[in-house]
Design a protein around this ligand. Structure first.
Ligand code: SAM
Length: 274
């Protein structure tokens, strides 16, 4: 797509009388330098299919289309229909869907081919969407996602670090995860109250089976639900000391010190004992 084919985003928003709606977690990226950098971090180009959740006025969409990728957008807010149609009028590489991304059938959208997820996520639905993409029936080829900085840390940090918890274990059991870009609040319009960061996730070649993932969710919920307690106490209802020993771990250790492999061993021990 030729970037000069469309007027600047700020003008487009003004022309359509559109403003950011808090209820939809709307904070727009209007600076093409920032959106182009995110598109580069997504490592997509000609021949790739990108599913972008929450295009809003289409700043990131434009940068993604510039790479030559085909972009399918999923937006909940119908007010953006005319703006996105204007992009569709100058690019044949965009498919526009209006629906709640939590209900979207990505497997149907991807139609049997690999597809990459790229999104400046609505903060209120970011984590449930991530869990859906990592544990649901369809697996993306890669994910390049903007989160609140605090959520980005909860995704990427490891044992012993402050933000390491349930989310990090589930994400890192299914993906290689890195924080690849910090984005200051002033880059958004309107600026959010918190800083943001882009996280790049590459799904592992072999993902744990649905039963193992389900067990992992239950074990991490119990272990991090009482993160200051020793595992033998926090996991008491799931097998306690005996379970922790079968998994080859120290029953006196606390959840925050256990690596992802340790939690997978606990999930396996729990499944084997049932
Ligand atoms: N991509 C645009 C940008 O970077 O400027 C907008 C990002 S804004 C943080 C989040 C977008 O997600 C908004 O357009 C909002 O309407 C949309 N959104 C919120 N909840 C959604 C949902 N459940 N499904 C699809 N889109 C949603």
């Amino acid at each position: 797509m030729n970037p000069d084919a469309l007027p600047p985003l700020r003008e487009v928003l003004e022309a359509h009388g559109l403003w950011a709606k808090k209820a939809y977690g709307q904070h727009f990226l209007l600076d093409l330098n920032v959106t182009r950098k995110i598109a580069r971090l997504a490592q997509v180009g000609v021949g790739d299919h990108v599913i972008e959740v929450g295009p809003g006025p289409g700043g990131l969409t434009r940068a993604l289309l510039e790479t030559g990728a085909h972009v399918t957008t999923i937006e909940k807010d119908e007010r953006f229909r005319p703006i996105l149609a204007e992009i569709g009028a100058v690019s044949s590489c965009i498919s526009i869907i209006f629906e709640d991304a939590l209900k979207a059938d990505e497997a149907k959208i991807a139609a049997g081919h690999p597809a990459h997820i790229v999104s400046n996520l609505p903060y209120n639905v970011g984590t449930p969407l991530l869990i859906k993409w990592l544990t649901g029936p369809w697996t993306p080829a890669s994910l390049t996602l903007m989160f609140q900085r605090e959520v980005a840390d909860r995704i990427t940090e490891g044992p012993g670090e402050d933000a390491y918890g349930r989310l990090a274990v589930i994400v890192q059991a299914t993906c290689k995860a890195r924080r690849v870009m910090d984005v200051p609040a002033r880059a958004f319009s309107p600026p959010p109250k918190v800083e943001s960061a882009v996280v790049r996730l590459e799904p592992l070649a072999t993902r744990p089976s649905p039963a193992r993932l389900d067990a992992l969710q239950k074990i991490t919920a119990a272990a991090f639900g009482q993160r200051r307690k020793m595992l033998r106490s926090s996991l008491k209802l799931m097998g306690g000391e005996a379970l922790v020993e079968v998994a080859g771990l120290d029953p006196q250790a606390r959840a925050e010190t256990i690596p992802v492999d340790g939690f997978l061993a606990l999930a396996d021990a729990w499944l084997a004992a049932r």
